[in-house]
Design a protein around this ligand. Structure first.
Ligand code: NAP
Ligand code: MG
Length: 503
């Protein structure tokens, strides 16, 4: 059992029924909404309110953006060296590691994800801050061989004020993927967490001053997407929007950002294929099919929600998956043996439930098919497997974002590739086979940004993350993630002292 969970104080406190109140973090201060408005935050396993959070309206967003703008344009931040920015990020990573048990518990309670998964997430959060702390002083320009008696070079400079909007499935990890590279680049940020899951980002905000961030460099504001998020996207003093969420909202963001021609990067959803050839390692394959879709209750942008199985093993594969899926342990998020907790919210539970009803008309149910009846409270949904699914069915085309798998048979490599790529999305894809020739042919044929061979889901801070097609544009993580927050300035220094002699 990981000791981080058992040693520290926060785990001893039983989740209280009393809801705490959180403010927003703007310009180094905790502030209420200017109208005093708040919104409730829930524990999806009990359906109880666990917090009230200040709801930022457009005046509050303006205050946060103004603070970020001022911190970028003047004050100590523009003079801060890359080394110093790196050190601040390392200190923040240390704080996260020291408080990992508390953060994991809070994340688990607020999202419903199993505590063991939340612990992995929080460790990744710290690693992300460390990674970009290390990268901060490795940003360099180029000297260019222009055909002139001159010195031509590039400078890499921060984009400016970044507005960052994140979803509820990996709350603090998505915050880290955005804030860490922005800070490393020298940007300032206004972060808007998802309305369902603002709590861990607010805990993080509580350490910013202590680890050395000047006021205004990182601001955290909460509220609804349609108001708080939209005001951030529309604000003329924001230079860049980084967004993770649904394709539908991504499209709204691009339209709104067009008015002020902001830079935009989008990490949207997917309908990722997980392909199983007959020669794949059997045990690993069955496990990999389930892990690909049921990890984090299926609330994963890269979920392997379309399971493509070669016809010769199809029936046996569906049977084996079904057998194992029925034994997946659903339970309270804080249970150490829980493999699936409740879905994040009532709205998501209803959305997934409605897709399951659609699926029952489009295909056959092998496992699950609705609410997990053993729980009297909480948004628990059974791991659900549909088989004999047509790739044209809605459950195979639309992102469900829950524990719902569509199993589709195929005949041969060409058909597998055709079905895999027949989707508007292109975030991720996986292929399972022992034949390396086939594996690499399929890798090259996939139209997607993240590919796994004989695995699905492992994600590392060092490697780029992002999609093709309607899964968005731009890349997070690794040096690619830093690029999104950098401008390139081209400089020409004339070394020829004679006049131009043109006129
Ligand atoms: P969403 O509606 O796209 O929300 C993502 C973020 O955008 C949230 O912070 C949200 O605020 C904000 N937002 C919503 N409308 C906005 C607007 N008009 N302008 C600016 N910001 C806005 O996603 P969701 O409701 O959290 O989940 C619904 C679907 O999103 C899922 O079923 C899935 O398809 C997709 N999703 C994808 C990923 C991914 O990693 N690619 C992650 C999570 C969800 P609110 O909190 O107020 O909604
Ligand atoms: Mg919403």
């Amino acid at each position: 059992m990981p000791s981080s969970h058992t040693k520290r104080g926060p785990t001893k406190r039983r989740p209280t029924t009393e809801a705490s109140t959180y403010k927003n973090y703007v310009n180094g201060q905790w502030v209420d909404s200017s109208t005093g408005e708040t919104f409730p935050v829930y524990d999806p396993s009990t359906e109880q309110i666990i917090a009230h959070v200040a709801a930022a309206n457009s005046a509050d967003v303006d205050r946060a953006v103004t603070a970020a703008r001022a911190a970028f344009d003047s004050g100590p931040w523009p003079q801060t060296t890359a080394q110093d920015r790196g050190r601040i990020l390392f200190k923040l990573a240390d704080k996260i590691r020291q408080n990992a048990a508390m953060l994991a518990e809070l994340e688990s309670r607020n999202t419903g994800k199993p505590i063991v998964e939340a612990e992995f997430d929080i460790a990744d959060v710290a690693t992300c801050f460390e990674y970009y702390g290390g990268l901060a002083n490795k940003v360099t320009g180029n000297v260019l061989p222009v055909p002139a008696n001159a010195l031509s070079f590039t400078l890499r400079e921060p984009v400016g004020v970044a507005g960052q909007i994140i979803p509820w499935n990996y709350p603090l990890l998505m915050a880290a993927w955005k804030v860490a590279p922005a800070v490393a680049a020298g940007c300032t940020c206004v972060l808007k967490p998802a309305e369902q899951t603002p709590l861990t980002a607010l805990r993080l905000a509580g350490w910013l001053d202590e680890v050395g961030f000047p006021p205004g460099v990182v601001n955290v504001i909460n509220g609804l997407g349609e108001t708080t998020g939209a005001a951030l996207v529309a604000h003329p003093a924001v230079d860049k929007i980084a967004f993770t969420g649904s394709a539908a909202v991504g499209k709204l963001i691009v339209k709104s950002a067009a008015d002020t021609l902001k830079r935009v990067s989008l990490e949207l959803g997917g309908k990722s294929p997980n392909i199983f050839f007959a020669d794949a390692d059997w045990e690993a394959a069955v496990d990999g099919a389930l892990f690909g879709i049921f990890i984090n209750q299926g609330e994963v942008c890269s979920a392997g929600s379309r399971i493509l199985v070669e016809r010769s093993i199809y029936s046996k594969f569906v049977e084996a998956m079904t057998e194992k899926a029925k034994r997946i342990k659903l339970g309270p998020p804080l249970g150490r043996d829980t493999k699936m907790g409740p879905l994040v919210s009532k709205a998501q539970y209803e959305r997934v439930g409605s897709y399951i009803e659609i699926g029952k008309k489009e295909a056959k149910v092998a496992a699950g098919g609705g609410r997990a009846q053993q729980f009297s409270k909480g948004y628990y949904m059974q791991p659900t497997i549909f088989y004999d699914v047509q790739n044209s069915a809605r459950i195979a085309r639309e992102e469900i974002f829950g524990p719902v798998a569509s199993v589709i048979p195929f005949d041969g490599e060409q058909e597998a590739i055709r079905i895999a790529n027949d989707t508007p999305y292109g975030l991720a894809a996986a292929v399972w086979t022992r034949d390396i020739f086939k594996a690499f042919r399929v890798v090259k044929s996939f139209r997607a940004g993240v590919i796994w061979v004989n695995h699905m889901q492992p994600t590392y801070i060092e490697a780029p993350w992002g999609g093709y097609k309607q899964s968005g544009f731009g890349r997070e993580l690794g040096p690619w993630g830093l690029e999104e927050y950098l401008e390139t300035k081209q400089v020409f220094v004339n070394l020829d002292e004679t006049p131009i002699g043109w006129y």
